[in-house]
Design a binder for this molecule. Structure first.
Ligand code: WQD
Length: 340
């Protein structure tokens, strides 16, 4: 039986880390990516870690014909991990159509390709963004999905609905993984987050400030109702996150999933503030970070962290890496990037 797994967006941040973990568990990985937000060099860096350069297909999955053709060339795919999507919250507000075409269009084409070849297993990359500002914390998978604060978040909600509706009337089965805040990098420092242009996320902005690419970090508001006034998030090491994807693939291939659609929160269960992350970074890098407190960023929620009981008990997965390991690995990656 084939162990061929298609990873869309596999040259991206979480995608590349998941490819490494899949290969190290003996899966044959095909990466499909349009390289719009990543570099093909990532494939060589994956090979430097695992000894195996993944098969690669350059394809824009939002274009129906090339997307369906991909499945015709690889009809023996056993399962997919679908990462390919644009994910910049602010950009999605400025250019919604770009996000709906790419994120929702790609999913539709993938589901059609799967159906045409009887491929039924998909792990879908979703986000805690669907919860908005939860009423209750920590947030459980059963918490209500709130009106999305951005077109990006809405594409994740719409995608979850498309998958759920499709699985009700076809053999499709899916494990939906709702990520909290992935940060950090592989211990080899050969793969990591590669934001093109000015990073919108906290961790790459911190490391780019420390390496001298940015003058200082903007701390977007310290007047929230949190212990130190800065917003709280559930930061999770990207390798812990990647390993949850492998467990999810194995769960479906071994038919251990308890229903056709399963949803899991992927967080550590611990919330940290922006100042906590800065302090951790200063501790692990032994540097003083330059930052300035500015006005709040529109759309930011005040505090969100995961209830991980369901993922720990049912998925059999638990994040094991702490905040200091996250910030140190992010810093090692930034230094490696600067040396290339
Ligand atoms: C974290 C905290 C900012 C940058 C988003 C998406 C989510 C996921 C992760 C894709 C917030 C503060 C940030 C900076 C700052 N994306 N911050 N200065 O907004 O929680 O989540 O990225 O999967 O879906 O919504 O992440 O890293 O942008 O912000 O003070 O320069 O850091 O205000 O409190 P966010 P983030």
């Amino acid at each position: 039986m084939s162990k061929k797994i298609l990873v869309t967006g596999g040259t991206g941040y979480i995608g590349s880390h998941t490819v490494v973990e899949l290969q190290q568990k003996g899966f044959e990985v095909i990466v499909a990516d349009n390289l719009s937000n990543s570099s093909i060099d990532v494939l060589d860096n994956i090979a430097a870690i695992t000894g195996i350069r993944p098969l690669f297909e350059k394809v824009d999955l939002a274009d129906q014909e090339p997307a369906l053709d991909l499945f015709n060339r690889h009809p023996d795919i056993r399962a997919l991990v679908h990462f390919a999507a644009f994910k910049a919250v602010g950009e999605s507000v400025a250019d919604p159509l770009k996000y709906y075409r790419n994120n929702v269009g790609s999913l539709l084409n993938i589901l059609m390709g799967m159906h045409a070849h009887g491929i039924r297993n998909i792990v879908f990359s979703s986000s805690c963004t669907v919860y908005g500002q939860p009423e209750e914390l920590p947030v459980k998978e059963t918490a209500p999905v709130q009106t999305a604060a951005s077109p990006y978040g809405n594409t994740k909600q719409i995608s979850e609905e498309i998958i759920t509706d499709t699985s009700a009337v076809t053999p499709l089965q899916c494990i939906i993984l709702r990520y909290f805040n992935p940060i950090g990098a592989h211990e080899s420092a050969l793969i990591g987050e590669l934001p093109l242009g000015v990073p919108s996320n906290l961790m790459p902005y911190i490391t780019q400030t420390a390496i001298g690419k940015r003058e200082f970090l903007n701390v977007w508001g310290d007047d929230y109702k949190t212990p130190d006034g800065t917003p709280i998030r559930d930061y999770i090491h990207v390798v812990d996150l990647a390993q949850a994807h492998v467990i999810s693939i194995e769960r479906m291939l071994e038919e251990n999933n308890q229903s056709r659609i399963e949803i899991f929160n992927l967080g550590t269960g611990t919330g940290y503030s922006v100042f906590d992350v800065i302090k951790s970074f200063e501790r692990t890098s032994k540097l003083k970070l330059a930052y300035k407190v500015m006005a709040r960023r529109p759309g930011d929620v005040e505090k969100v962290w995961a209830d991980t009981e369901y993922a720990n008990r049912v998925l059999g997965w638990k994040a094991g890496r702490g905040l200091d390991e996250m910030t140190l690995s992010a810093w090692n990656w930034e230094k490696k990037l600067a040396s290339w």
